[in-house]
Design a protein around this ligand. Structure first.
Ligand code: COA
Length: 154
């Protein structure tokens, strides 16, 4: 089976939550958070990567006028390092471009080297640190920004 992307719908929340709890553990979003994100139809763009009936990844963008934020991005541990995360991220960046956003920001755990490498490859740069942003672990968040004019590195 091959992986395709489509818009996240309410019935995806359950399988998304199963991945969310495995991937983010104590930082996992609740079902209420996903429901409220999907309710914000104008400002949000949430997608899932599916293989047949299986949700194998998901990602969400929040965009207001010139500003966009990568709210989340995640891939099933069994399906990582196959390019799915890259496809999800580039799709969110395409969406931000279509919406005319001047830049895209995100926060990432300072100890998440894999995700930081992925973001840097796609033109994000570090612009700050939010101390002890992730609770209860107290882990710092690195704030990253990608300007609409940024190129991608390989
Ligand atoms: C970050 C994540 C979404 C990447 O998804 P993915 O499908 O594995 O990504 P890709 O296969 O497209 O890999 C792209 C790049 O990501 C980086 N990367 C991904 N996982 C990595 C890891 N465990 N260690 C080091 N680099 C990693 C690499 O730069 C990789 O480059 P490569 O093509 O040379 O291997 C995925 O690892 C994930 O879900 N992690 C847990 C959730 C998470 O941390 N989300 C980000 C929150 S800000």
């Amino acid at each position: 089976m091959s992986v395709t992307l489509r818009t996240m719908r309410w019935w995806d929340i359950e399988p998304v939550l199963r991945l969310e709890r495995v991937l983010f553990v104590e930082d996992a979003w609740s079902d209420t958070m996903f429901w409220s994100e999907l309710a914000e139809r104008e400002s949000r763009h949430y997608i899932v990567a599916v293989d047949g009936d299986d949700v194998v990844g998901y990602a969400g963008l929040c965009a207001y006028a010139a500003e966009a934020y990568v709210q989340t991005i995640a891939v099933d541990p069994a399906r990582q390092a196959q390019g799915i995360g890259t496809t999800l991220l580039t799709t969110l960046l395409d969406e931000s471009r279509q919406r005319g956003c001047a830049h895209v920001d995100l926060e990432v755990r300072a100890d998440n080297n894999g995700a930081i490498a992925l973001y840097e490859r796609h033109g994000f740069r570090r612009i700050g640190v939010r101390r002890r942003y992730y609770q209860p672990s107290g882990t710092d968040a690195v704030v990253m920004r990608r300007d609409a004019t940024a190129g991608e590195r390989r």
